[in-house]
Design a protein around this ligand. Structure first.
Ligand SMILES: Cc1cc2nc3c(=O)[nH]c(=O)nc-3n(C[C@H](O)[C@H](O)[C@H](O)COP(=O)(O)O)c2cc1C
Length: 189
């Protein structure tokens, strides 16, 4: 009798735990990571970020409107020219601008060069942040601009970036820890 009672309690605990896990999965059931990259730096960051969410990253050039329909939409972009969007983003921006992102959480990451392009560091992040906000998404994942050395960036406001700024040219050794901290932040926001 006593043994049976303990087994029932164990069954109940198991049910509670699996229920919590299921609820957690449902809460964030679709994550999309969409990126544009010219020399592979943003692509490599996208792969690491996507892997942390158990998904594969999608290049903007081959992304469909469906790929933008997610609970959490993570967009990666490098900055080219002087503060411009990376080429694939530039020619496919209509895919994003046409999306209805109400109820979607969006987060932006970017690659740039804070030394050679100190006046336009990661500006393209701001362009995407503005575009997703216009589509109705809630922007999450701001990060501190401490530890960077640049003169100006439209992605920075009051000491923080609109997302995660990376710099493979000058601070490659910080990329993995920055990504890992950002992923934890996104999972809790
Ligand atoms: C011609 C040229 C223009 C660039 N313009 C900028 C810029 O305006 N701002 C910036 O932060 N980085 C700029 N960069 C640096 C790139 O964004 C950086 O190398 C980045 O890591 C490239 O990422 P990707 O390989 O994913 O395209 C420029 C690089 C080149 C070669």
């Amino acid at each position: 009798m006593r043994l049976r009672f303990s087994i029932n309690i164990l069954d109940y605990r198991f049910f509670q735990v699996s229920n919590e896990i299921t609820k957690g999965l449902i809460k964030m059931d679709k994550v999309s990571v969409i990126y544009g990259s010219t020399t592979g730096n943003t692509e490599s960051a996208a792969e690491k970020i996507a892997a942390a969410f158990g998904v594969k990253p999608i290049a903007i050039a081959s992304a469909s409107q469906e790929d933008f329909k997610a609970d959490l939409l993570i967009l990666g972009v490098s900055t080219w020219g002087f503060g411009d969007l990376q080429d694939d983003w530039e020619s496919n921006i209509a895919k994003l601008e046409g999306a209805d992102l109400s109820g979607v959480k969006a987060a932006i990451f970017g690659e740039g060069d804070q030394s050679a392009f100190s006046d336009t560091y990661c500006n393209a992040m701001a362009t995407l942040a503005e575009a997703v906000s216009k589509c109705g998404a809630k922007l999450i994942g701001r990060t501190s601009a401490e530890g960077y050395n640049f003169s100006a960036s439209t992605a920075e406001d009051n000491g923080s970036f609109c997302g995660l700024a990376l710099d493979e040219n000058n601070q490659p050794e910080l990329t993995d820890e920055r990504i890992s901290a950002w992923v934890s932040q996104l999972k809790s926001e």
